[in-house]
Design a protein around this ligand. Structure first.
Ligand SMILES: *[C@@H]1O[C@H](CO)[C@@H](O)[C@H](O)[C@H]1NC(C)=O
Ligand SMILES: *[C@@H]1O[C@H](CO)[C@@H](O)[C@H](O)[C@H]1NC(C)=O
Ligand SMILES: [Zn+2]
Length: 491
C-alpha cells in the first residue's frame, strides 16, 4: 500500500509538477477499503429486530431502544412531522454520531417515500441493526462507520404506510401522503416549473438536506428491480407521470436525460446492481414491464417525471442520489423480507462506501481560515457544488485527470488540476487570494458560476426561468394543466 502510494504521488509530481498546486493524495480512511475483507453476513438478532413489518410505534420503539443501547454509535433525531403528526425519524450511525467529522463525508438513505413501498423501510431498520451489531467484529463496518456519518430515514411517508396493505403488489393505495400528494413529485424541478404545494414531509427533507451537506444518497422504492439515476426529468417536454401511463403510450425507452456526471451515476448504479443478488441480471419483473440492461437505467429513459427527489439533491446540493427499486412487488408478504435482506445487504453497504471515491478537500483563505460557500465546478461538469462552513468539499469522480474551478465572493477565482486514482481519494486543498475590487465588472461575478444571492443557499437557475423569464407563460400554463390532469388519473 505504502509503495503504491509513494509511486502514485511521484507520478503525480512528475506529470503535473508545479501545476498541481497544493494537491496531494494522503493516507486517510479511503485507503483502507481495498485492503479490507468483505463485510460479513448479518446474523439477525430476533430479540432486537425480526423480519416482519414494523408499524410506526414499533419502528419508533426500535429506534429509541437502539439509540439507548448504542449511544456511541447512534444518534436519533426527527427532521419534522408528517401531515398526521408522525415523526420523521433519522438515525445516524457512525463512530461520531453527534458531530460531523471534519473532512469526512455524510451520506444518507431515504426509505418509504411512497408509503406502499415498505421493503426499503424494513431494509433500513435491518441495516441499522447490522451496523451496530457488527461494528466491533467486522473490519469493513468499523472502517465505514469510523470514516462516514450515515443518516438513515427509514420512512419519509409514515402516513401513507399506515393505510397500505401487506401483500398488495401494485396500485396506489398508500403511495401518497395524507393529503394525496406524491412526495416524489413534490420537489422543485430543474427542468419544469412544479406548482405542487410543498408538503410537510418534503419541506422537512428540503430543510434537512440544506443543513447537512450529503455527498451520496439512495432513495429506496419498490415495484421494479433497478437502480435508476438522474436526471428523472428532461427538457424535452413529454408528459408521462408514471410507468403505467408510459406503457399505455408505448413510450418505453424514451430519450435518456443525462447529467454531466453520467459516468459517475452509471458507476454508482452498477455498484448497487452488481452487489445485489439479482438486480444486474436485468430480468423483467413481469412480461409487460421493461428489462433493464445490467439492472440500471437513466430515470428519464424509463419514464420522465417532474418534482423528483434525486434531481433535486443533485442539482441543488451536489448530492449524488440514485433511486433504488428493490422489489418487484411493492408490499410483499413479510415472510419474504429475510430474502430481500440477503439480496440487498452487500449493495446497501458497498454503495455507501462509494462516498470515499473521488476528490475531497478544503478551500482556505491566505490565513488558513476556511471559506464557506465557495462554489466549485469540475470543468466539463456543469453542475456546481459548495463548501461547508468548515470549507470542506467532496466530489465523487472516476479515475482520470480533472480541473476544478473554485470561486468565492471577494476572492480571485482559481482553476486547479488534479488526478483521481482508483485506490484512494485525492485530497485537494485550495487557497484563494482576495480579489481587488474592479468597478463595473458586473455584479454577478464570473458568468460560469450561477449567481448566489448572499444569505441564501446555492440555488441554481432552472432552465425554464432562463428561457422564459415569466414562469406564467402560455406554455407552462398548458403543460401544468395537463400534468395535473394526468397526475389525477395516474399519480
Ligand atoms: C488540507 O487541510 C486539512 C485541514 O486543515 C489538513 O488536515 C490537511 O493536512 C491538508 N492537506 C494538505 C495536503 O495540505
Ligand atoms: C462509549 O465510549 C466511552 C468512551 O470511549 C466509553 O467509556 C463507554 O464505555 C462507551 N459506552 C458504550 C455503551 O459502549
Ligand atoms: Zn416508488
Amino acid at each position: 500500500m505504502i509503495l503504491r502510494k509513494t509511486l502514485s504521488s511521484l507520478v503525480l509530481m512528475l506529470l503535473y509538477g508545479c501545476h498541481l498546486h497544493m494537491a496531494k493524495t494522503v493516507m486517510n480512511g479511503g485507503d483502507l477499503e481495498a485492503a479490507l475483507p468483505e463485510p460479513r453476513a448479518y446474523i439477525p438478532d430476533s430479540q432486537n429486530l425480526d423480519f416482519v413489518y414494523h408499524d410506526h410505534e414499533e419502528l419508533t420503539r426500535f429506534l429509541r431502544a437502539t439509540s439507548a443501547r448504542y449511544p456511541n454509535l447512534t444518534a436519533l433525531y426527527s427532521i419534522g412531522k408528517s401531515t398526521q403528526g408522525r415523526d420523521l425519524w433519522v438515525m445516524v450511525v457512525s463512530s461520531s454520531p453527534y458531530e460531523h467529522m471534519v473532512g469526512k463525508p455524510d451520506v444518507k438513505y431515504v426509505g418509504n417515500i411512497h408509503g406502499n413501498e415498505p421493503v426499503g423501510r424494513e431494509m433500513l431498520l435491518h441495516l441499522i441493526q447490522y451496523f451496530v451489531s457488527s461494528y466491533t467484529t467486522d473490519q469493513y463496518v468499523k472502517w465505514l462507520l469510523d470514516n462516514t456519518r450515515i443518516h438513515i430515514l427509514p420512512t419519509m411517508n409514515p402516513d401513507g404506510y399506515a393505510v397500505s396493505k401487506e401483500g398488495t403488489c401494485d396500485g396506489g393505495q398508500g403511495r401518497y401522503n395524507a393529503r394525496g400528494f406524491d412526495l416524489n413529485r413534490n420537489f422543485p424541478d430543474y427542468f419544469k416549473q412544479n406548482n405542487k404545494r410543498g408538503q410537510p414531509e418534503t419541506d422537512a427533507v428540503k430543510d434537512w438536506i440544506s443543513k447537512i451537506q450529503f455527498v451520496l444518497s439512495g432513495s429506496l422504492h419498490g415495484g421494479a428491480l433497478v437502480a435508476s439515476y438522474p436526471y428523472d426529468n428532461t427538457p424535452n417536454s413529454r408528459i408521462c407521470r408514471s410507468s403505467a401511463l408510459c406503457a399505455m403510450f408505448q413510450t418505453y425507452s424514451a430519450a435518456p436525460s443525462l447529467t454531466p456526471d453520467d459516468d459517475v451515476f452509471k458507476h454508482l448504479s452498477l455498484v448497487y446492481a452488481r452487489n445485489h443478488a439479482k438486480m444486474s441480471r436485468g430480468v423483467a419483473c413481469k412480461s409487460a414491464t421493461p428489462a433493464f440492461e445490467n439492472g440500471i437505467t437513466n430515470g428519464a429513459a424509463w419514464y420522465p417525471l417532474t418534482g423528483g427527489m434525486q434531481d433535486y439533491n443533485y442539482v441543488w446540493y451536489g448530492c449524488m442520489e440514485i433511486t433504488l427499486e428493490i422489489s418487484c412487488c411493492k408490499y410483499p408478504p413479510a415472510y419474504e423480507l429475510k430474502k430481500y435482506w440477503e439480496d440487498n445487504q452487500l449493495s446497501l453497504i458497498k454503495f455507501l462506501a462509494e462516498a470515499h471515491r473521488g476528490v475531497q478537500g478544503f478551500v482556505f483563505d491566505p490565513a488558513g481560515m476556511p471559506i464557506e460557500r465557495a462554489s466549485l465546478k469540475v470543468k466539463g461538469r456543469d453542475v456546481g457544488f459548495q463548501t461547508t462552513k468548515y470549507g470542506e468539499f467532496w466530489r465523487i469522480l472516476l479515475p482520470g485527470y480533472y480541473k476544478v474551478e473554485v470561486f468565492a465572493e471577494g476572492y480571485a477565482p482559481r482553476e486547479v488540476e488534479f488526478v483521481i486514482v482508483e485506490q484512494h481519494p485525492t485530497l485537494l486543498n485550495v487557497t484563494l487570494q482576495p480579489s481587488k475590487r474592479i468597478e463595473g465588472i458586473g455584479a454577478g461575478g464570473p458568468s460560469y458560476y450561477r449567481p448566489i444571492p448572499a444569505p441564501q443557499h446555492y440555488r441554481p437557475v432552472p432552465p425554464y426561468v432562463a428561457s422564459a423569464s415569466n414562469d406564467n407563460g402560455i406554455f407552462s400554463t398548458i403543460s401544468n394543466g395537463l400534468n395535473s390532469l394526468y397526475s389525477n388519473i395516474f399519480g
